[in-house]
Write a protein that binds this ligand. Structure first.
Ligand code: SF4
Length: 414
Protein backbone atom coordinates (compact mmCIF):
# COMPACT_ATOMS: atom_id res chain seq x y z
CA UNK A 1 0.00 0.00 0.00
CA UNK A 2 2.79 2.33 1.06
CA UNK A 3 4.74 1.50 -2.11
CA UNK A 4 1.77 2.39 -4.28
CA UNK A 5 1.49 5.70 -2.43
CA UNK A 6 5.18 6.44 -3.00
CA UNK A 7 4.96 5.59 -6.69
CA UNK A 8 1.98 7.86 -7.04
CA UNK A 9 3.79 10.69 -5.20
CA UNK A 10 6.81 10.33 -7.47
CA UNK A 11 4.57 10.29 -10.56
CA UNK A 12 2.80 13.47 -9.44
CA UNK A 13 6.17 15.12 -8.68
CA UNK A 14 7.51 14.25 -12.12
CA UNK A 15 4.37 15.60 -13.73
CA UNK A 16 4.67 18.87 -11.80
CA UNK A 17 8.37 19.13 -12.61
CA UNK A 18 7.58 18.72 -16.31
CA UNK A 19 5.00 21.51 -16.09
CA UNK A 20 7.53 23.78 -14.38
CA UNK A 21 10.17 23.04 -17.04
CA UNK A 22 7.61 23.97 -19.71
CA UNK A 23 6.92 27.29 -17.98
CA UNK A 24 10.57 28.34 -18.18
CA UNK A 25 11.04 27.25 -21.82
CA UNK A 26 10.17 30.58 -23.50
CA UNK A 27 12.77 32.35 -21.34
CA UNK A 28 15.33 29.67 -22.16
CA UNK A 29 14.62 30.24 -25.87
CA UNK A 30 15.05 33.98 -25.38
CA UNK A 31 18.48 33.43 -23.77
CA UNK A 32 19.57 31.34 -26.74
CA UNK A 33 18.96 34.30 -29.05
CA UNK A 34 21.30 36.55 -27.06
CA UNK A 35 24.96 36.82 -28.06
CA UNK A 36 27.23 34.86 -25.74
CA UNK A 37 29.67 36.54 -23.37
CA UNK A 38 32.67 35.90 -25.66
CA UNK A 39 30.99 37.61 -28.62
CA UNK A 40 29.95 40.57 -26.46
CA UNK A 41 33.50 41.02 -25.14
CA UNK A 42 34.92 40.87 -28.70
CA UNK A 43 32.56 43.68 -29.77
CA UNK A 44 33.52 45.75 -26.70
CA UNK A 45 37.23 45.24 -27.41
CA UNK A 46 36.77 46.43 -31.01
CA UNK A 47 34.83 49.48 -29.88
CA UNK A 48 37.51 50.28 -27.32
CA UNK A 49 40.17 50.23 -30.06
CA UNK A 50 38.04 52.62 -32.14
CA UNK A 51 37.77 54.98 -29.17
CA UNK A 52 41.49 54.85 -28.42
CA UNK A 53 42.27 55.47 -32.10
CA UNK A 54 40.29 58.72 -31.92
CA UNK A 55 41.00 60.07 -28.43
CA UNK A 56 44.34 58.39 -27.72
CA UNK A 57 45.38 56.98 -24.34
CA UNK A 58 47.28 53.86 -23.38
CA UNK A 59 45.84 50.73 -21.80
CA UNK A 60 47.20 52.01 -18.49
CA UNK A 61 45.32 55.28 -19.00
CA UNK A 62 42.16 53.30 -19.70
CA UNK A 63 42.22 51.75 -16.23
CA UNK A 64 42.82 55.12 -14.55
CA UNK A 65 39.52 56.66 -13.42
CA UNK A 66 40.89 60.19 -13.51
CA UNK A 67 41.93 59.72 -17.16
CA UNK A 68 38.47 58.31 -17.92
CA UNK A 69 36.82 61.30 -16.29
CA UNK A 70 39.06 63.87 -17.96
CA UNK A 71 38.56 62.27 -21.36
CA UNK A 72 34.80 61.94 -21.28
CA UNK A 73 33.45 62.33 -24.79
CA UNK A 74 31.42 65.53 -25.08
CA UNK A 75 32.00 66.67 -28.64
CA UNK A 76 29.56 65.39 -31.25
CA UNK A 77 32.27 65.28 -33.94
CA UNK A 78 34.47 63.07 -31.77
CA UNK A 79 31.50 60.83 -31.04
CA UNK A 80 30.64 60.87 -34.76
CA UNK A 81 34.14 59.70 -35.66
CA UNK A 82 34.03 56.85 -33.17
CA UNK A 83 30.56 55.58 -34.02
CA UNK A 84 30.38 56.67 -37.68
CA UNK A 85 27.48 59.09 -37.13
CA UNK A 86 26.06 61.09 -40.03
CA UNK A 87 26.29 64.88 -40.20
CA UNK A 88 22.56 65.06 -39.43
CA UNK A 89 22.97 62.93 -36.31
CA UNK A 90 25.80 65.08 -34.96
CA UNK A 91 23.78 68.24 -35.65
CA UNK A 92 20.86 66.80 -33.68
CA UNK A 93 23.14 66.05 -30.73
CA UNK A 94 24.44 69.63 -30.86
CA UNK A 95 20.90 70.96 -30.83
CA UNK A 96 19.97 69.03 -27.69
CA UNK A 97 23.26 69.92 -26.02
CA UNK A 98 22.31 73.60 -26.16
CA UNK A 99 19.68 72.72 -23.54
CA UNK A 100 21.02 69.65 -21.75
CA UNK A 101 24.67 68.80 -21.18
CA UNK A 102 26.09 65.43 -22.13
CA UNK A 103 29.33 63.55 -21.45
CA UNK A 104 30.20 59.85 -21.71
CA UNK A 105 33.15 58.05 -20.15
CA UNK A 106 35.23 56.22 -22.79
CA UNK A 107 34.61 52.99 -20.84
CA UNK A 108 30.80 53.32 -20.99
CA UNK A 109 30.95 54.26 -24.67
CA UNK A 110 32.94 51.07 -25.35
CA UNK A 111 29.82 49.08 -24.39
CA UNK A 112 27.85 50.46 -27.39
CA UNK A 113 27.43 47.63 -29.85
CA UNK A 114 27.54 47.77 -33.66
CA UNK A 115 23.86 48.51 -34.11
CA UNK A 116 24.41 51.70 -32.13
CA UNK A 117 20.99 53.28 -32.62
CA UNK A 118 19.28 50.34 -30.94
CA UNK A 119 21.93 49.95 -28.28
CA UNK A 120 20.57 50.36 -24.72
CA UNK A 121 23.92 51.95 -23.86
CA UNK A 122 23.70 54.53 -26.68
CA UNK A 123 20.12 55.38 -25.74
CA UNK A 124 21.06 56.04 -22.12
CA UNK A 125 24.12 58.10 -23.06
CA UNK A 126 23.59 60.07 -26.27
CA UNK A 127 21.26 63.09 -26.53
CA UNK A 128 18.01 62.52 -28.40
CA UNK A 129 15.86 65.17 -30.09
CA UNK A 130 12.85 63.96 -28.08
CA UNK A 131 14.46 65.55 -25.01
CA UNK A 132 13.31 68.87 -26.43
CA UNK A 133 9.62 67.91 -26.48
CA UNK A 134 7.44 69.86 -24.03
CA UNK A 135 6.01 68.38 -20.83
CA UNK A 136 7.25 67.15 -17.48
CA UNK A 137 8.76 69.05 -14.60
CA UNK A 138 12.38 69.78 -13.76
CA UNK A 139 11.76 69.07 -10.07
CA UNK A 140 8.83 66.65 -9.77
CA UNK A 141 10.02 65.57 -6.32
CA UNK A 142 9.97 69.12 -5.00
CA UNK A 143 13.51 68.68 -3.72
CA UNK A 144 14.05 72.41 -3.55
CA UNK A 145 11.42 72.60 -0.80
CA UNK A 146 12.64 69.65 1.25
CA UNK A 147 16.10 71.01 2.00
CA UNK A 148 16.37 72.19 5.63
CA UNK A 149 20.16 72.77 5.33
CA UNK A 150 22.64 73.15 2.45
CA UNK A 151 23.12 69.91 0.43
CA UNK A 152 20.36 68.11 2.40
CA UNK A 153 17.13 66.59 1.15
CA UNK A 154 14.87 65.29 3.89
CA UNK A 155 11.66 63.44 3.02
CA UNK A 156 11.41 60.81 5.75
CA UNK A 157 11.44 60.73 9.57
CA UNK A 158 14.70 58.85 10.26
CA UNK A 159 16.88 59.34 7.19
CA UNK A 160 18.07 61.96 4.76
CA UNK A 161 20.20 62.63 1.72
CA UNK A 162 23.38 64.70 1.46
CA UNK A 163 23.99 65.83 -2.14
CA UNK A 164 27.73 66.31 -2.42
CA UNK A 165 28.31 67.00 -6.11
CA UNK A 166 26.57 67.45 -9.44
CA UNK A 167 29.28 65.52 -11.27
CA UNK A 168 28.73 62.13 -12.90
CA UNK A 169 30.92 59.93 -15.09
CA UNK A 170 28.14 59.94 -17.69
CA UNK A 171 25.09 62.17 -17.83
CA UNK A 172 22.27 59.69 -18.22
CA UNK A 173 19.66 60.94 -20.65
CA UNK A 174 16.91 59.72 -18.32
CA UNK A 175 18.42 61.44 -15.25
CA UNK A 176 15.76 62.32 -12.71
CA UNK A 177 17.96 65.08 -11.28
CA UNK A 178 18.97 66.68 -14.55
CA UNK A 179 18.19 70.12 -13.22
CA UNK A 180 21.31 69.75 -11.02
CA UNK A 181 23.64 68.82 -13.85
CA UNK A 182 24.02 72.44 -14.99
CA UNK A 183 26.77 73.59 -17.31
CA UNK A 184 29.75 72.72 -15.13
CA UNK A 185 30.90 70.00 -12.78
CA UNK A 186 30.66 71.32 -9.28
CA UNK A 187 31.34 69.63 -5.94
CA UNK A 188 29.55 71.11 -2.94
CA UNK A 189 31.87 73.53 -1.13
CA UNK A 190 33.34 72.42 2.17
CA UNK A 191 31.34 74.99 4.10
CA UNK A 192 28.04 73.58 2.79
CA UNK A 193 29.14 70.03 3.54
CA UNK A 194 30.07 71.09 7.08
CA UNK A 195 26.62 72.62 7.56
CA UNK A 196 25.02 69.40 6.30
CA UNK A 197 27.08 67.34 8.76
CA UNK A 198 26.11 69.69 11.59
CA UNK A 199 22.44 69.27 10.69
CA UNK A 200 22.84 65.49 10.96
CA UNK A 201 24.70 65.84 14.26
CA UNK A 202 21.96 68.03 15.72
CA UNK A 203 19.05 65.79 14.66
CA UNK A 204 19.32 62.66 16.73
CA UNK A 205 16.51 60.80 14.99
CA UNK A 206 18.60 60.52 11.80
CA UNK A 207 19.98 56.99 11.82
CA UNK A 208 20.57 56.54 8.07
CA UNK A 209 22.42 58.98 5.78
CA UNK A 210 22.54 58.61 1.99
CA UNK A 211 25.42 60.44 0.32
CA UNK A 212 24.65 61.06 -3.31
CA UNK A 213 24.70 63.72 -6.05
CA UNK A 214 25.35 63.53 -8.94
CA UNK A 215 27.60 60.66 -8.03
CA UNK A 216 28.93 60.31 -4.48
CA UNK A 217 32.06 58.46 -5.59
CA UNK A 218 33.20 61.35 -7.76
CA UNK A 219 34.29 63.13 -4.60
CA UNK A 220 38.03 62.89 -3.98
CA UNK A 221 39.21 60.10 -1.69
CA UNK A 222 40.24 62.75 0.81
CA UNK A 223 36.86 64.47 0.97
CA UNK A 224 35.01 61.18 1.09
CA UNK A 225 37.22 59.98 3.94
CA UNK A 226 36.53 63.18 5.85
CA UNK A 227 32.76 63.03 5.32
CA UNK A 228 32.45 59.33 6.14
CA UNK A 229 34.58 59.79 9.24
CA UNK A 230 32.45 62.64 10.58
CA UNK A 231 29.24 60.67 10.03
CA UNK A 232 30.79 57.52 11.48
CA UNK A 233 31.69 59.47 14.64
CA UNK A 234 28.07 60.62 14.99
CA UNK A 235 26.64 58.19 17.51
CA UNK A 236 23.04 58.12 16.25
CA UNK A 237 24.02 57.47 12.61
CA UNK A 238 23.70 53.70 12.34
CA UNK A 239 24.31 53.23 8.62
CA UNK A 240 25.74 55.22 5.71
CA UNK A 241 24.66 54.70 2.13
CA UNK A 242 26.44 55.85 -1.01
CA UNK A 243 24.55 56.52 -4.26
CA UNK A 244 26.82 55.94 -7.24
CA UNK A 245 26.57 54.81 -10.83
CA UNK A 246 30.34 54.45 -11.18
CA UNK A 247 30.04 50.65 -10.93
CA UNK A 248 28.21 50.90 -14.27
CA UNK A 249 29.76 53.90 -16.00
CA UNK A 250 33.24 54.17 -14.45
CA UNK A 251 34.17 50.96 -12.59
CA UNK A 252 37.83 52.07 -12.65
CA UNK A 253 36.84 54.43 -9.80
CA UNK A 254 36.74 51.49 -7.38
CA UNK A 255 40.44 51.52 -6.57
CA UNK A 256 42.17 49.65 -3.73
CA UNK A 257 42.74 53.07 -2.09
CA UNK A 258 39.02 53.90 -2.17
CA UNK A 259 38.20 50.45 -0.78
CA UNK A 260 40.57 51.03 2.14
CA UNK A 261 38.50 54.11 3.04
CA UNK A 262 35.19 52.26 2.68
CA UNK A 263 36.46 49.48 4.92
CA UNK A 264 37.03 51.90 7.81
CA UNK A 265 33.38 52.90 8.21
CA UNK A 266 31.08 49.86 8.35
CA UNK A 267 28.28 49.30 7.66
CA UNK A 268 28.29 50.97 4.24
CA UNK A 269 25.51 50.21 1.78
CA UNK A 270 26.10 51.11 -1.86
CA UNK A 271 23.16 51.71 -4.16
CA UNK A 272 23.91 51.66 -7.85
CA UNK A 273 21.92 51.66 -11.09
CA UNK A 274 22.43 48.85 -13.58
CA UNK A 275 19.64 49.11 -16.14
CA UNK A 276 20.57 46.50 -18.73
CA UNK A 277 22.38 43.13 -18.76
CA UNK A 278 25.04 44.52 -21.16
CA UNK A 279 26.22 46.78 -18.32
CA UNK A 280 27.22 43.78 -16.22
CA UNK A 281 30.80 43.46 -17.49
CA UNK A 282 34.01 41.89 -16.15
CA UNK A 283 35.13 45.40 -15.10
CA UNK A 284 31.88 45.96 -13.20
CA UNK A 285 32.30 42.59 -11.52
CA UNK A 286 35.84 43.44 -10.42
CA UNK A 287 34.60 46.72 -8.93
CA UNK A 288 31.83 44.89 -7.05
CA UNK A 289 34.24 42.22 -5.81
CA UNK A 290 36.55 44.91 -4.41
CA UNK A 291 33.72 46.73 -2.64
CA UNK A 292 32.34 43.52 -1.17
CA UNK A 293 35.80 42.59 0.10
CA UNK A 294 35.86 46.03 1.75
CA UNK A 295 32.66 45.07 3.56
CA UNK A 296 30.15 47.10 1.51
CA UNK A 297 26.66 45.73 0.83
CA UNK A 298 25.57 46.30 -2.78
CA UNK A 299 22.04 46.93 -4.04
CA UNK A 300 20.66 47.89 -7.44
CA UNK A 301 18.05 50.52 -8.15
CA UNK A 302 17.14 50.11 -11.81
CA UNK A 303 14.98 52.70 -13.57
CA UNK A 304 12.28 51.26 -15.82
CA UNK A 305 13.00 52.78 -19.23
CA UNK A 306 11.07 52.42 -22.46
CA UNK A 307 13.16 50.84 -25.21
CA UNK A 308 15.89 49.83 -22.76
CA UNK A 309 14.65 47.42 -20.12
CA UNK A 310 10.86 47.43 -20.35
CA UNK A 311 10.69 43.84 -21.60
CA UNK A 312 10.15 41.25 -18.83
CA UNK A 313 12.88 38.87 -20.03
CA UNK A 314 15.47 41.66 -20.21
CA UNK A 315 14.70 42.57 -16.61
CA UNK A 316 14.89 38.92 -15.55
CA UNK A 317 18.25 38.52 -17.27
CA UNK A 318 19.52 41.73 -15.66
CA UNK A 319 18.52 40.59 -12.17
CA UNK A 320 20.08 37.16 -12.66
CA UNK A 321 23.34 38.71 -13.84
CA UNK A 322 23.34 41.09 -10.88
CA UNK A 323 22.97 38.24 -8.41
CA UNK A 324 25.95 36.55 -10.06
CA UNK A 325 28.11 39.58 -9.24
CA UNK A 326 26.60 39.82 -5.73
CA UNK A 327 24.46 42.89 -6.30
CA UNK A 328 20.97 42.48 -4.85
CA UNK A 329 18.18 43.80 -7.13
CA UNK A 330 16.52 46.17 -4.68
CA UNK A 331 14.21 48.56 -6.52
CA UNK A 332 12.81 49.11 -9.98
CA UNK A 333 11.83 52.77 -10.14
CA UNK A 334 8.99 53.90 -12.32
CA UNK A 335 10.46 56.84 -14.26
CA UNK A 336 9.34 60.16 -12.83
CA UNK A 337 7.78 62.80 -15.04
CA UNK A 338 11.00 64.75 -15.53
CA UNK A 339 11.23 67.33 -18.26
CA UNK A 340 13.08 66.05 -21.32
CA UNK A 341 12.76 62.38 -20.37
CA UNK A 342 9.17 61.56 -21.31
CA UNK A 343 10.23 59.36 -24.21
CA UNK A 344 11.63 56.92 -21.63
CA UNK A 345 8.38 56.62 -19.69
CA UNK A 346 6.45 53.36 -19.54
CA UNK A 347 2.99 52.73 -18.19
CA UNK A 348 2.57 51.55 -14.60
CA UNK A 349 0.99 48.41 -16.03
CA UNK A 350 4.31 47.67 -17.79
CA UNK A 351 6.03 47.73 -14.40
CA UNK A 352 3.39 45.51 -12.81
CA UNK A 353 3.67 43.04 -15.70
CA UNK A 354 7.42 42.84 -15.14
CA UNK A 355 6.96 42.09 -11.44
CA UNK A 356 4.32 39.46 -12.30
CA UNK A 357 6.77 37.91 -14.77
CA UNK A 358 9.41 37.63 -12.03
CA UNK A 359 7.47 36.63 -8.91
CA UNK A 360 7.35 32.82 -8.67
CA UNK A 361 9.14 32.46 -12.00
CA UNK A 362 12.49 33.11 -10.37
CA UNK A 363 14.13 33.32 -6.94
CA UNK A 364 12.71 35.95 -4.60
CA UNK A 365 16.23 37.40 -4.44
CA UNK A 366 15.86 38.36 -8.11
CA UNK A 367 12.56 40.18 -7.55
CA UNK A 368 13.06 43.86 -6.67
CA UNK A 369 10.32 46.10 -5.32
CA UNK A 370 8.59 48.20 -7.98
CA UNK A 371 8.39 51.80 -6.76
CA UNK A 372 6.36 54.74 -7.96
CA UNK A 373 7.47 57.99 -6.35
CA UNK A 374 4.62 60.23 -5.26
CA UNK A 375 4.87 63.63 -6.98
CA UNK A 376 5.91 66.51 -4.72
CA UNK A 377 8.33 64.39 -2.66
CA UNK A 378 5.56 62.61 -0.75
CA UNK A 379 7.48 59.36 -0.70
CA UNK A 380 7.85 55.96 -2.34
CA UNK A 381 4.85 53.77 -3.08
CA UNK A 382 5.60 50.07 -3.60
CA UNK A 383 3.29 48.46 -6.16
CA UNK A 384 2.55 44.78 -6.62
CA UNK A 385 0.25 42.90 -8.97
CA UNK A 386 -2.90 42.23 -7.00
CA UNK A 387 -2.88 38.79 -5.35
CA UNK A 388 -5.98 39.39 -3.21
CA UNK A 389 -9.21 38.43 -4.95
CA UNK A 390 -11.43 38.48 -1.87
CA UNK A 391 -10.86 39.22 1.82
CA UNK A 392 -13.32 38.98 4.71
CA UNK A 393 -13.14 38.21 8.46
CA UNK A 394 -13.28 34.52 7.77
CA UNK A 395 -11.21 33.80 4.68
CA UNK A 396 -9.09 35.19 1.90
CA UNK A 397 -9.20 34.17 -1.73
CA UNK A 398 -5.75 34.72 -3.19
CA UNK A 399 -4.19 34.38 -6.64
CA UNK A 400 -0.93 32.37 -6.93
CA UNK A 401 1.94 33.31 -9.25
CA UNK A 402 0.44 30.91 -11.83
CA UNK A 403 -2.99 32.54 -11.59
CA UNK A 404 -4.62 29.73 -9.57
CA UNK A 405 -7.18 30.84 -6.99
CA UNK A 406 -6.71 29.44 -3.47
CA UNK A 407 -8.63 29.96 -0.26
CA UNK A 408 -6.80 30.49 3.03
CA UNK A 409 -8.35 31.00 6.50
CA UNK A 410 -8.30 34.53 7.86
CA UNK A 411 -9.13 34.07 11.53
CA UNK A 412 -7.39 35.01 14.75
CA UNK A 413 -7.27 32.11 17.15
CA UNK A 414 -7.38 32.24 20.95
S1 SF4 B 1 24.54 58.85 -12.60
FE1 SF4 B 1 22.59 59.28 -11.56
S2 SF4 B 1 22.65 61.47 -11.05
FE2 SF4 B 1 24.26 61.07 -12.59
S3 SF4 B 1 23.28 61.51 -14.54
FE3 SF4 B 1 23.05 59.32 -14.18
S4 SF4 B 1 21.05 59.12 -13.18
FE4 SF4 B 1 21.66 61.30 -13.03
Amino acid sequence: MRETGEINDRYQSLLRSRQLSDVVQPYQQFLKQLPDEKTIQAVVARRRLQIQAVIGGTDQDWSDWKWQLKNRIRDSRVLGKILGLSELETRRIDRVSQVYRWAISPYYLSLVDEDYENSPIYRQAVPDLRELLPGGSLDPMNETQTSPAPCITRRYPDRLIINVTNQCAMYCRHCQRRRNIGEQDRHACKDDILQAIEYVEQNHEIRDVLITGGDALLLSDRMLDYLLNRLYQTEHVEIIRLGTRTLVTLPQRITPELCKIIKKYPPIYINTQFNHPLEVTPEAKLACDRLIEAGAVLGNQAVLLRGINDRPYIMRRLNHKLLQIRVRPYYIFHAKDVKGTRHFQTSIQDGLDIIASLRGHTSGLAVPTYIVNAPGGLGKMPLMPNHIVHLDDDKAVLRTWEGKLVEVPNRKHG
